[in-house]
Design a protein around this ligand. Structure first.
Ligand code: DLL
Length: 434
């Protein structure tokens, strides 16, 4: 299939030209922020930097960072770059602790966000012939509204099911011939499981592609979803602070997500020293939004851990690619001094044939951290033969030991005992913080 772009002149723009475009937008944006966002201007003044010091992205490092703490401090209006009367929408994060992030959008900001989502849908093969079922949550969460807007721009017939009511989702996929499914990977896995229970095979449904994101998911989980739904599964990344889904998206190569560089400049920093790291290094992703008006994020620290690659991509897109984020630095567990990402545990479980239905329970018993991984058996594995279960548990304990360098306790539980998620899955229960 020939590669399909939404805005080919931008998506395949030669790199030199892209840099010029970014530098020009960055200069204008720094001036905009200086003139209109006193909170950030103060930070710049404290660092002794003014708009005249910023000529292009090589000067980015002179600018101060913004973090979640700044967003909390400035909540709700302190980081706005436009008066409220020029704004047409707010969206908010799904966070459960502290003040949520409230992001503001002008019509221009909504347009650029929806363009990014339209690019993602086209990269997954979507056209105006497609029927796009959007099963991300609608409302304050950006997943539903973002992909909905992108789907309209592509001209696909959009089914705004939102999340939940799983059997009805499957009914719509079948009756309305949905070809593209947009939801979190954990919900896609649950839809696949429910379909199988309903006796449906991949060839019984018309889906061809899925656009899944909003949470970290492993390559193994991708393979599982692709097999159970009979589709090609594409990753999509984004965050409310920068607009929502579509900051970056996968192409047919499925090898990293192209960052929409005409809107967002990415850097990778060492989270401890805050130093910018060279291409290919793993570190914290930092973004500067160079043409958002209402909520102009400068050097925003995402806390997501990944690396960047500028290697040419066979899809023809020239935009830099980010590797699948391993997880957030604040998702990283430190267990008995060892750094553990939930995605590493997921890889071991799925490589051993288990479904992505698991929970990680961390506790502290007599001053020692404990790691307990509960994982569901598939109906085919399910048995009451204790010896067999113990053998299976032992294999997983060994697999985890070699992946993490740490001894975990593994408990195999019966199918369907771990709660399913319709949005972002909650994988970790850290009782040490309670
Ligand atoms: O999750 C936006 C979104 C919606 C992205 C739908 C993709 C699809 P927030 O609720 O603000 O926004 O959460 C943002 O989710 O910093 C990452 O930690 C994580 N995240 C988002 N996409 C991915 C992904 C939406 N593809 C936070 N892989 C981000 C890994 C992801 N983590």
């Amino acid at each position: 299939m020939a590669e399909h772009y939404y805005q080919p002149e931008i998506e395949t723009m030669p790199r030199e030209q892209m840099k010029e475009l970014q530098d020009e937008k960055l200069r204008v944006q720094v001036q905009h922020v200086w003139d209109n966002v006193p909170y950030y201007r103060k930070k710049m003044e404290e660092k002794g930097v003014s708009p005249e010091d910023i000529h292009g992205q090589e000067d980015l490092k002179k600018l101060p960072f913004l973090s979640k703490a700044d967003l909390r401090e400035a909540y709700p209006y302190g980081l706005m770059g436009k008066p409220l009367k020029d704004c047409v929408r707010i969206q908010s994060t799904s966070g459960t602790t502290g003040k949520r992030v409230v992001a503001f959008y002008t019509q221009h900001d909504l347009d650029l966000w929806e363009d990014c989502c339209a690019r993602a849908i086209c990269a997954a093969g979507g056209t105006d012939e497609d029927v796009c079922q959007v099963s991300y949550g609608y409302g304050l969460f950006t997943g539903g509204p973002g992909l909905n807007g992108g789907s309209h721009k592509v001209g696909s017939l959009t089914i705004p099911t939102s999340s939940g009511n799983t059997e009805r989702q499957i009914m719509f996929i079948q009756d309305l011939s949905a070809t593209i499914l947009c939801c979190t990977p954990s919900y896609a896995a649950y839809l696949g499981e429910t379909m199988a229970e309903m006796g449906l095979k991949p060839e019984d449904i018309p889906l061809k592609a899925g656009i899944f994101g909003a949470e970290a998911w492993s390559e193994e989980m991708r393979r599982d979803i692709e097999n159970t739904l009979g589709i090609k599964a594409y990753d999509i990344y984004g965050l409310t602070e920068l607009s929502g889904p579509g900051v970056a998206f996968e192409c047919s190569e499925q090898n990293g997500m192209h960052i929409n560089e005409d809107h967002f400049i990415a850097e990778i920093i060492d989270p401890e020293t805050e130093e910018v790291l060279p291409e290919g290094s793993e570190g914290e992703l930092v973004f500067t939004a160079i043409d958002k008006e209402a909520f102009p994020m400068m050097r925003y620290r995402t806390r997501d851990i990944c690396s960047l690659s500028r290697k040419p991509c066979s899809c023809g897109r020239t935009h830099v690619r980010m590797a699948k984020p391993k997880g957030r630095s604040d998702d990283m567990l430190i267990i008995r001094g060892v750094n553990v990402f939930p995605s590493q545990i997921e890889t071991v479980l799925l490589n051993n044939g288990y479904p992505a239905n698991y929970q990680i329970i961390v506790d502290r018993v007599r001053n020692t951290d404990t790691l307990d991984v509960q994982v569901e058996m598939t109906p085919e594995m399910f048995t009451d033969n204790i010896g067999e279960i113990e053998e299976r548990q032992k294999t997983l304990v060994e697999g985890l030991k070699s992946m993490l360098g740490l001894k975990a306790k593994v408990s195999l539980v019966a199918p369907k005992t771990i709660a399913r998620s319709e949005g972002k899955a909650v994988r970790v229960i850290d009782k040490r913080k309670i």
